[in-house]
Design a protein around this ligand. Structure first.
Ligand code: TMP
Length: 396
């Protein structure tokens, strides 16, 4: 039923930046095999052997959703939109990160669930936060304590949880009769169209499509009734889900989205096998380009120490021989080293200087924001390299 179509090789945990590159640290670095498979029965695309979440969501978790202006704005906008559309009395977020979404509501009406203790600590000061993994046990505990929830929001989290059965059963148990579950996750269609294979990394156990979500949730008494396409994370979908007997009608745009995915053959293994060939070619082209530039003494750095660049660096064998350093605005990434490839991370204030010829767009999904910020680099002849949708250099 499930067939592996893509092998991205030996990979470290994408957000496990290293404090030092001493012998002991490197000996303890964790690696796993990143293989992606397609289930022809429910159309789910997933990691063949997911990593244990307890290894990933620790009190050292590096990703901060508030780090980008684009994301802060996007979360504020969706909070306002959902409040206006559904008028929820009680709101819960699964995977609340640093509170970038829930901050936009009345603090008394919200509950946050965030297993990374360093992040949960940040929001505990602002509103009720449970530093636990989302599962059936927690759902039942919260239901007893808080009653039913009218709006459950979860961005870039449900796709991270291996056990979908517990996830959706728990949601069904705590959701009010006409309550709504809104989830946002990268779009599989966009991944195939953009060749953005770097959406696959240890935390993305699943990359959903509307056809797979539609199939899975039905098993747990839930129903998909609407969808929105978003530009965040290089193309995501916002899925609107209610209980099987909830009052919401299936939207036209959902019907269109399902039709569109089927016309792109997201329900056929052949599409994934073709994608895999394109990914292989992308690896070859990126490595060749960087080698060629390096031979002519060009200085290459990388922009944004992202989970995506972890996949790309490790899959394409890009290390400190090709990339001098990585810049990132996140304070707790600066001074550390990239997972698996051990390239130093520094601040963009220091790193984006006149000696740089090319910067690989590790954060390609923030291209607009970055091009605006780095107009001087571009003006002076600096170029960016990207692999999305194909390997190329970008200038002013
Ligand atoms: P993500 O793609 O893993 O969500 O993270 C984006 C990373 O890129 C985050 O660590 C911040 C970094 N970044 C920069 O360094 N400069 C920028 O201009 C932007 C938008 C992001």
């Amino acid at each position: 039923m499930s067939k592996v179509f893509l092998n991205l090789g030996r990979q470290p945990l994408a957000n496990s930046f290293l404090k030092d590159i001493g012998k002991k640290t490197l000996q303890n670095e964790f690696f796993y095999n990143l293989k992606i498979c397609f289930n022809s029965k429910n159309y789910l695309v997933s990691i063949a052997k997911p990593v244990n979440p307890k290894k990933q969501y620790t009190d050292k978790y590096a990703h901060r959703a508030s780090e980008s202006k684009t994301m802060r704005f996007a979360f504020k906008k969706v909070a306002q939109k959902l409040f206006k559309r559904f008028r929820p009395k009680k709101i819960m977020e699964i995977g609340s990160n640093d509170g970038v979404f829930l901050k936009n509501f009345d603090k008394k009406s919200v509950v946050a669930v965030e297993p990374c203790k360093n992040l949960a600590r940040l929001t505990k000061k602002l509103f009720e936060t449970y530093d636990e993994f989302w599962n059936l046990k927690l759902a039942n505990k919260l239901k007893k304590k808080k009653g039913e929830i009218d709006l459950i929001f979860s961005a870039n989290t449900i796709s991270h949880i291996p056990n979908l059965k517990e996830t959706f059963k728990g949601i069904h148990n705590i959701l009010s009769k006409n309550g709504v579950l809104v989830i946002e996750d990268p779009s599989l269609l966009k991944v195939l169209q953009n060749n953005s294979y770097d959406q696959f990394y240890d935390e993305h156990v699943y990359v959903f499509s509307s056809i797979s979500i539609n199939n899975i949730i039905q098993e747990y008494g839930l129903r998909l009734f609407d969808i929105e396409h978003l530009s965040t994370h290089g193309g995501s979908n916002r899925y609107y889900i209610c209980k099987k007997n909830g009052k919401y009608k299936k939207s036209l745009r959902l019907e269109k989205a399902i039709k569109n995915e089927k016309s792109y053959k997201l329900h056929k293994i052949e599409s994934y096998l073709k994608f895999s060939k394109r990914v292989n070619l992308s690896r070859k082209n990126l490595f060749t380009l960087m080698k060629k530039l390096k031979k002519t003494n060009k200085r290459i750095i990388s922009y944004g120490a992202t989970y995506k660049s972890t996949t790309v660096f490790n899959y394409c064998n890009l290390n400190s021989k090709l990339i001098d350093y990585v810049t990132d605005t996140t304070l707790n990434k600066q001074g550390k080293y990239t997972p698996g490839t051990h390239i130093k991370i520094i601040s963009p204030e220091i790193g984006m200087n006149n000696t740089v010829d090319y910067a690989f767009l590790g954060a390609w999904n923030f291209k607009k924001e970055i091009f605006k910020k780095e107009k001087n680099f571009l003006k002076k002849g600096g170029k960016f390299i990207t692999h999305v949708p194909k390997v190329m250099t970008l200038s002013k």
